[in-house]
Design a protein around this ligand. Sequence first.
Ligand SMILES: Nc1ncnc2c1ncn2[C@@H]1O[C@H](COP(=O)(O)OP(=O)(O)O)[C@@H](O)[C@H]1O
Ligand SMILES: [Mg+2]
Length: 291
Amino acid sequence: MKKGIIVVNAYSDNADYLYQADRLREEFALRGVCVEVVKNYCGIAGIQKNGKIALQEKGDFAVFLDKDKYIMRLLEKAGVRLFNSARAIEVCDDKMLTHIALSQAGISMPAVVPAPLCYTPEAEIGKAYCDNVIAALGLPVVVKHSYGSLGKEVFLADDAEALCAYAQQLRFTPHFYQQFIAESRGRDLRVVVVGGKAIAAMTRTAEKGEFRSNAARGGRCETFPLDAELCSLAEKIAATLGLDYCGMDFLFGKEGLLLCEVNSNAYFKALERTTGVNVAAAYAEYILRTV
Ligand SMILES: Nc1ncnc2c1ncn2[C@@H]1O[C@H](COP(=O)(O)OP(=O)(O)O)[C@@H](O)[C@H]1O
Ligand SMILES: [Mg+2]
């Protein structure tokens, strides 16, 4: 009998986050597989003096619901099959790296420019810096932390002054600038792909005055039909990034969908409730077929 664990972040007690682990454990149990939920406390994985990797919990597989690059790499190096792989999680965790990974792959995404890393405390962001961003992307422009989620680290700069203030404030934080897709203001499309197949989609519509449509910020969710074209686009993106499971956000552009970002650990509570699709069952079944 295969043995697995579900790894969750030790510090996150958000109910929508822990729902994933509970639902997956439930669906594994229905299939006769007992899977323990493990918090990524210090000490769950390490390297001994002789170079051997020591793991507290040994399983054949780990559903990795965190983004902790050290633990995921240690687990993989010790021979545990990770869902998703460490590489795929890292590329999705950093939104700018996702753009780079998908560039030249025929996927439409809003134009982006990365912010340069800054190591100098007294650095002042100048006008030329902001003029370059505006020349490349126009106004208003989206300012995003490279690592961010739930709409918390996504901002809109309406003019050069606001942009310069964000650039100055974020100079030590990895971030980038993204073309604002005005036609999609306050609305996006979430598609979930499991084991190479798109299984459910929903639109999310923000409350009045809000441009971020995340369900966590009060975005209203409505089921959306998955046609062959949307399935093949979403499945191509998941395959290019090597993801077993993901939820991707599309924006509604003038000429069609534009990929906004890909979440390797997408919350699925709102999607299950909105679409009636059993995401946890699909993921558990796929994992048990794969290991
Ligand atoms: N370039 C953009 N143009 C228009 N709206 C955007 C753009 N980028 C993000 N948004 C809005 O902000 C929301 C959050 O952005 P996203 O990149 O998905 O970050 P998060 O990881 O926090 O969900 C999106 O769901 C969308 O509604
Ligand atoms: Mg998002």
